[in-house]
Design a protein around this ligand. Structure first.
Ligand SMILES: Cc1cc2nc3c(=O)[nH]c(=O)nc-3n(C[C@H](O)[C@H](O)[C@H](O)COP(=O)(O)O)c2cc1C
Length: 348
């Protein structure tokens, strides 16, 4: 029985979800400073094999299993996360200016569903501080994605300026960018997924990007709540603005009737994005749709309810080239990364 699920998780799940998160990662950072600890963590969790390497949008990933945005919003733990075997880590969402996010509590567990509901609201240290931190990181092999957003108090009409500011601040220190217009927790943000504002926004960022000596792959992260017609629009916009790929998907605002957690409990948590197992099927459906409609021409990073090697394989079979974990990592622990990589290798 893995130590995380039998010993650590039961204790952590007694604590407030956000407190547990800080406890885990602050302690991971402290532990990793002890002599020999990084090597020990690597020995336990890291799994390297040339057969796992992938080249996607011009970047070389040591393996296709990444950490989804939101867990290391401020790029504090990238060196430690590298020891846990991730092939890439997406930091952020980072906004140009620091902001506190929504009042706590804002992160809730639905253990019966192996799910989370969050309305964090882009709490982050701001692009300049995050960029400075990334300049200090020791592990230079790990691919870093920069997930960018707008500040809460910036009106949508000026959203483009915020995305450009965050992009400029991080351009030298991340390997690829993700424009996040799909978080449900910044009022009005998802309206930026509509055709006209989205084209304008992406063109504004892409113009700056392509003017650089070394343009970065630019991706768009989308919600699982879009209709097929909206997904078709996204593909057209992706072509028109020369995106390198899509991240599918973010959390859902839906509360499926199939949830095991009593409806009253779910409702008591209030608004926010649902992630984890209940999102798995819809996220896979979105990936499959995008992959088929684009004839496999647009690389997709698949996220949403990956809690096992089988779930990861399912996302890849649907057309994803890389996968990302968040909620599955919370429920299953760090061993999940290795488990997925071992099974991918065995299946190859
Ligand atoms: C607590 C929490 C915070 C998140 N914060 C962000 C974020 O800042 N930016 C973002 O693009 N996605 C964010 N996400 C969404 C995840 O990156 C991921 O797309 C989603 O949770 C689906 O994957 P999962 O089911 O494996 O969690 C967050 C998810 C959770 C649970």
């Amino acid at each position: 029985m893995p130590v995380y699920k039998s010993l650590i998780k039961p204790l952590l799940f007694k604590l407030d979800a956000e407190r547990a998160h800080h406890l885990v990662f602050d302690n991971l950072k402290r532990a990793a400073r002890l002599p020999g600890a990084s090597a020990a963590l690597r020995g336990l969790y890291d799994y390297q094999h040339p057969g796992l390497a992938r080249e996607v949008f011009g970047l070389k990933f040591a393996n296709p299993v990444g950490l989804a945005a939101g867990l290391d919003k401020n790029a504090v733990f990238t060196d430690e996360l590298a020891t846990l075997g991730f092939g890439f880590v997406e930091i952020g969402t980072v906004t140009p200016r620091p902001q506190p996010g929504n009042p706590q509590p804002r992160l809730f567990r639905l253990p019966a569903d192996e799910a989370l509901i969050n309305r964090m609201g882009f709490n982050n240290d701001g692009a300049a501080v995050v960029a400075a931190r990334l300049r200090q990181r020791r592990n230079r092999q790990l691919i870093i994605g920069g997930n960018i957003g707008k500040n809460k108090d910036t009106p949508n009409e000026r959203a483009g300026d915020d995305y450009v500011a965050a992009f400029e601040a991080l351009a030298e220190v991340v390997d690829y960018f993700v424009v996040n217009v799909s978080s449900p927790n910044t009022p009005g943000l998802r309206e930026l997924q509509d055709k006209a504002p989205l084209i304008k926004l992406l063109q504004q960022v892409q113009e700056r990007n392509l003017a650089r000596l070394t343009p970065r792959p630019l991706l768009l992260k989308i919600a699982p709540d879009l209709t097929d017609a909206q997904l078709d629009d996204i593909l057209e916009i992706a072509r028109e603005t020369h995106l390198s790929g899509l991240v599918a998907t973010n959390t859902t605002i839906a509360r499926p009737g199939s949830l095991r957690t009593p409806a009253a409990t779910v409702a008591s948590h209030g608004a926010g994005g649902l992630s984890g197992r209940p999102l798995r099927e819809r996220a896979t459906e979105v990936i499959r749709y995008l992959h088929q409609r684009s004839q496999g021409q647009l690389p997709i990073i698949g996220a949403g309810g990956i809690h096992s090697a089988h779930d990861a394989q399912e996302k890849l079979a649907a057309g994803a080239v890389l996968v990302q974990l968040y909620t599955g990592f919370v429920y299953e622990g760090p061993g999940l990364v290795r488990q997925i990589n071992e099974s991918l290798l065995a299946a190859s």
